[in-house]
Design a protein around this ligand. Structure first.
Ligand SMILES: C[S@@+](CC[C@H](N)C(=O)[O-])C[C@H]1O[C@@H](n2cnc3c(N)ncnc32)[C@H](O)[C@@H]1O
Length: 230
């Protein structure tokens, strides 16, 4: 896995753009939607209660494509990935973020270090036999009362399936649905598990986002987020 993503260190974004070109949407459109969702999570999950600082970790951050869109969302942001080359590129592009290479399944952080740990489009690259260990490790590095979130492809969306089929680094991907993700959160000992589907409409207007929220319980959007409290 590390070697595969090492080889995409200089053209990760282009590979994603190629796989979604048929949709007419840009990679940035998807990144902004994910960043907006994570900002909303901080508010809805009351991670800033009492004005406390929010320390976040992006597990499997790759080349850090999401990070420019998260400017100001947290008080500090760390990123880690099994691909050392991706981490080197992420560090050059995002000097305000702290990066570390990691080996799977252990994350290189002390217990309870973060208020929020998230993983965007990572779990489908982890072998299913290691999924529970991945969730347990996210739980370990989040403080009691903190939150973990995974963002994943919705396997029931045919356009998502097409994008995965066209994506050169997704050939080994094993997609999981939101019920599978919720079950893994539960087995790992998380509580208050919530799922929402998003990226349903090709628009980032407030109105479109409101409509998407109405349909979020249904498995319609291109991706979903599943989050839970430690
Ligand atoms: C499709 S990329 C997603 C990158 C980034 N999260 C994003 O949304 O743009 C998947 C990333 O997960 C990383 N990865 C896969 N398995 C991992 C693991 N067990 N721990 C940490 N990173 C992992 C890969 O090296 C790769 O950079």
């Amino acid at each position: 896995m590390a070697e595969l993503f090492d080889s995409y260190k200089s053209h990760y974004g282009e590979a994603v753009e190629g796989s979604i070109r048929f949709s007419g949407l840009s990679h940035d459109f998807f990144l902004v939607a994910k960043a907006d969702l994570l900002r909303r999570l901080v508010v809805e999950r009351k991670l800033r209660q009492g004005g406390s600082a929010v320390r976040a970790l992006d597990v499997g951050c790759g080349v850090g494509s999401l990070h420019p869109h998260l400017d100001g969302a947290f008080d500090s942001l760390d990123g880690c990935d099994v691909s050392e080359q991706s981490i080197l590129r992420a560090g050059k592009d995002n000097p305000g973020v702290t990066y570390r290479a990691c080996t799977t399944p252990s994350l290189p952080y002390e217990d309870g270090t973060f208020d929020l740990a998230f993983a965007s489009c990572v779990v489908h690259h982890v072998p299913p036999s290691s999924w529970l260990d991945f969730f347990l490790e996210m739980r370990r590095v989040v403080r009691p009362g903190g939150v973990a979130c995974i963002i994943e492809h919705n396997p029931y969306n045919p356009l998502t399936r097409l994008a995965v089929f066209r994506c050169p680094f997704d050939h080994d991907a094993v997609l999981l649905n939101s019920a599978n993700a919720a079950s893994l959160f539960q087995q790992a000992g998380f509580t208050d598990i919530r799922s929402e589907h998003f990226l349903l409409l090709p628009s980032a207007t407030t109105f479109a986002r409101r409509v998407e929220r109405v349909f979020a319980p249904l498995p319609l959007g291109a991706q979903y987020a599943c989050s839970a409290h430690v």
